[in-house]
Design a protein around this ligand. Structure first.
Ligand SMILES: NC(=O)c1ccc[n+]([C@@H]2O[C@H](COP(=O)([O-])OP(=O)(O)OC[C@H]3O[C@@H](n4cnc5c(N)ncnc54)[C@H](OP(=O)(O)O)[C@@H]3O)[C@@H](O)[C@H]2O)c1
Length: 285
């Protein structure tokens, strides 16, 4: 039986990846950065290794020995409830690079599947996209066969808005007229597992429906029964606050800069998903 090492298995996408791998005939090794998270992962995998890829001193050669494939959904959370100070560069780039270097030195990896973000190459000045793109390039040049998976927003990203929606505090930045097509994390997880044995080097995939950014926020409001008009925050106001946020909290600034940037252009990936966001929100409310 072939072994897949999964990074980010404690996250939204990572847990879907574990679920898909369990349905196929793979042996699963996963990482967790605390013993508590390792305990929580144990029932879903064959083996858990406690380590933190952002801290190379915690990575032992045995992590990659005997591993046939790696899937990484390791990345700094975009959630506003995550208050860690690590940057996207620290986690999405350096954490993944540490693992890649370990795999190069001590592994015999047939394929490394990495989850980046759709349209990242168009936003080189946004830390979130830059970190993903820079690691994807390092992986493509590493000599290990690789597939880069590029989804736009995952459905799980909208769960973060539910508490604000319940308080009637939803807001949208700018006019909110640019389009995107979020996708269910389970469908991205299936693409990750399929990529282990497919020759594709880049897989771009989005959900079946394109929504404007404003429609997306309204959809979350509707899901909790709040149909109040959404507050539109003008760009001039956001732009006057961002430099101050940057001074006091770099991590929050990087997230805010990402959220503002994605409202400015359409971000519609090839429509490969079938599941609908409306149904997902109804299930999770
Ligand atoms: N969410 C989206 O809409 C979306 C869209 C496109 C691409 N992506 C990308 O897909 C990947 C997975 O996204 P997701 O939504 O599943 O993310 P998530 O739920 O936040 O999970 C992220 C994973 O990375 C780990 N991690 C975060 N910070 C870490 C740190 N400082 N040190 C070590 N491990 C750390 C987390 O471990 P802990 O559980 O210990 O925190 C978790 O396992 C990310 O790279 C993300 O950028 C996401």
């Amino acid at each position: 039986m072939e072994t897949v090492l999964v990074l980010g298995g404690t996250g939204s996408l990572g847990s879907s990846i574990l679920e898909v791998l369990r349905q196929r005939a793979y042996r699963i090794r996963a990482t967790a950065r605390t013993p508590l998270k390792a305990e929580q992962l144990k029932p879903s995998v064959n083996e858990v290794v406690v380590c933190d890829p952002t801290k190379p001193e915690t990575l032992q050669p045995s992590l990659v020995q005997g591993v046939d494939y790696i899937i990484s959904a390791l990345g700094k959370s975009l959630s506003l409830s995550d208050t860690s100070r690590a940057s996207f560069h620290d986690v999405d780039f350096q954490g993944n690079l540490n693992l890649l270097q370990l795999a190069q030195a001590h592994g015999q990896i047939k394929k490394f599947v990495y989850v980046a973000a759709f349209s990242g190459e168009k936003h080189p000045n946004v830390a979130y996209f830059k970190a993903h793109e820079t690691f994807a390039q390092a992986l493509q040049q590493s000599g290990i066969e690789a597939t880069i998976i590029k989804p736009p927003a995952l459905f799980s990203a909208f769960l973060d808005l539910l508490p604000m929606a319940r308080k009637g505090r939803l807001a949208s930045v700018g006019p909110g007229d640019c389009l995107t097509n979020p996708i269910h994390e389970h469908e991205v997880a299936e693409a990750c597992v399929q990529a282990l044995t497919s020759p594709e080097t880049v897989v771009e995939l989005g959900g079946p429906v394109s929504y404007s950014r404003l429609e997306l926020v309204q959809l979350v409001g509707k899901a909790v029964g709040k149909n109040k008009p959404v507050t539109k925050v003008p760009y001039w106001l956001v732009n006057s606050f961002l430099p101050m946020v940057r001074l006091v909290n770099r991590s929050l600034y990087e997230k805010a800069a990402f959220f503002v940037e994605v409202t400015k252009t359409d971000c519609v990936a090839p429509k490969k998903g079938h599941l609908r966001l409306e149904d997902y929100l109804a299930e999770h409310v």
